[in-house]
Design a protein around this ligand. Sequence first.
Ligand code: ZN
Length: 142
Amino acid sequence: MVEVISEEYRKANKKHECDYCLGYIEKGEFYKVSTLKHDYVYRWKSHRECEFLADEFHRSGLFEDYGNGMVQEDFEECVEQVHDSFVNPEYEYGSTFQSRLKEVYNFLCENSIELEITKSYGMAFKAVKREQPVILDYMQGE
Ligand SMILES: [Zn+2]
């Protein structure tokens, strides 16, 4: 199991890399830093947006945690799955992971992913329009 030792929001005083999307967290941007323990203690830094997406992937059941937590590959897989299933199944020329990530983020601010039990007792995911779009609260402070 991954144990959460601490979680806090910080304002970046230099450029960091997001452990979920591998994109940059720019200087001055608020980001989340978690201290985790899984065999050893390590830090996990993430964009506030990527943290929101990771929470959605957990909550919806799109990501199943077998005790190791969500690593970068899991995150990427979920982003691609939501993109291909709900945002745009067509291959787009010039599309990059970061551009698909942005589309998935915009989509999940407006919609949530819900697990649906089908008539044949299978499981499927569906997108449900939110009553209120998500607006992330940025925690202020140093
Ligand atoms: Zn990120």
